[in-house]
Design a binder for this molecule. Structure first.
Ligand code: HEM
Length: 337
């Protein structure tokens, strides 16, 4: 067998010959079109890597019996952290894009119509795999009309599969560590309700109804379908409150990673939007949307893990946390033989 060569292994023939400038084809000079293509291609490669990580994470989280005290959960947290690091790079890549001025962009912008980053099916599929539903998308019809049918089908398939958010919900529901519900006034959740109610300022008193709805309603309201069930929300809150115990440290890291992913995605959306504003002002996008206004609405609406972030409204001070029974403390600690 011939020795492996760097050039062949990386298929550089294909990659380095994939920058075909429209301005070259039309014999018009547009120096920055090379940068524009390379940046978009690197984004797509990183999107591919993100899919690779999220698919592997979903495969682990989808197992019916994921052991929270096993290396598998650690692998999930490790890979989510990798996704976060990639997303940070994606946010920073906008710095390079912004070295192109609006006039440089005008040299070739019209040659791209009606192509747009909006047609990046990998980006839309990533949102779907994480948990963004079609009904929650801003400008749903716009998305189906702008993408090729085969790409819409790919995204639809992911929308039909269990998303990371749904897998997290099932994992939280299965979690054996959170205290059970009970009508006993001395039980954990009854004490918690009281402590939380007591911690609210006058203007926040309405939060107690929200607490009931989020954590203790058995069925979700059809008008306000939540992704996290009450049982999953209780488990997540318990993890956040008692994250100092060894057995809850990885689960806490996992939840924290989800919030970080939303934050990085949102940073990307805002930076992209501001760059668009700076580049084309209030003109419509090459894809035909309202441009900046469309992007702003999508950025506001597309937080995927917002229900997990919302749980932070129901925390109470550490010093007021109900003490855990001895038997439970032992279960949450390192196992001694
Ligand atoms: C000069 C630079 C850029 C401009 C002026 C620009 C402009 C726009 C505009 C106006 C939209 C809204 C849809 C439309 O009507 O076209 C959009 C969407 C989008 N662009 Fe860009 N873009 C730029 C660079 C990038 C880069 C480097 C990426 C990286 C992949 C990207 C990815 C996206 C994505 C994923 C969307 C869809 C966002 C969503 O639906 O939430 N764009 N862009």
């Amino acid at each position: 067998m011939a020795d492996m060569h760097y050039h062949d292994y990386l298929q550089l023939d294909k990659i380095l010959n994939a920058q075909l400038l429209e301005s070259d084809k039309q014999n018009l000079s547009a120096h920055d079109e090379m940068l524009f293509i390379v940046i978009h291609q690197t984004y797509e490669l990183w999107f591919k890597q993100l899919h690779h990580e999220i698919d592997s994470i979903a495969a682990i989280m989808g197992k019916p019996a994921l052991n929270d005290n096993s290396p598998e959960l650690q692998a999930v947290v490790h890979r989510l952290n990798r996704c976060i690091t990639i997303l940070r790079v994606l946010v920073h890549q906008i710095d390079i894009m912004e070295t192109m001025t609006p006039m440089d962009f005008l040299d070739f912008r019209d040659m791209l119509r009606p192509a747009s980053g909006f047609q990046s099916w990998q980006f839309k599929q990533l949102e779907a795999k994480l948990g963004l539903k079609f009904d929650t998308r801003h400008g749903k019809e716009y998305y189906t009309s702008q993408l090729r049918k085969e790409h819409v089908d790919i995204i639809k398939k992911s929308e039909g599969d269990k998303s990371l958010l749904e897998l997290i919900n099932s994992w939280l529901e299965r979690m054996p560590l959170a205290p059970p519900l009970s009508g006993d006034p001395n039980s954990f959740w009854q004490i918690y309700r009281k402590s939380y109610g007591g911690s609210l300022a006058e203007a926040e008193k309405g939060n107690i109804h929200e607490l009931e709805e989020v954590f203790f309603n058995s069925g979700s309201q059809p008008s306000n379908p939540r992704s996290l069930s009450p049982a999953a929300s209780r488990a997540a809150l318990f993890i956040m409150l008692y994250r100092g115990y060894p057995l809850l440290q990885q689960p806490f890291q996992l939840l924290n990673c989800l919030l970080e992913i939303d934050e990085q995605l949102s940073s990307w959306r805002y930076r992209h939007m501001n760059m668009v504003h700076r580049m084309i002002g209030t003109r419509i996008g090459t894809g035909g949307s309202s441009g900046k206004d469309y992007l702003k609405a999508a950025a506001d609406k597309h937080y995927i893990f917002r229900e997990i972030a919302q749980l932070n409204s129901f925390l109470i001070e550490r010093r007021k946390l109900p003490a855990l029974p001895n038997e439970m403390e032992t279960r949450l600690g390192f196992v001694h033989q």
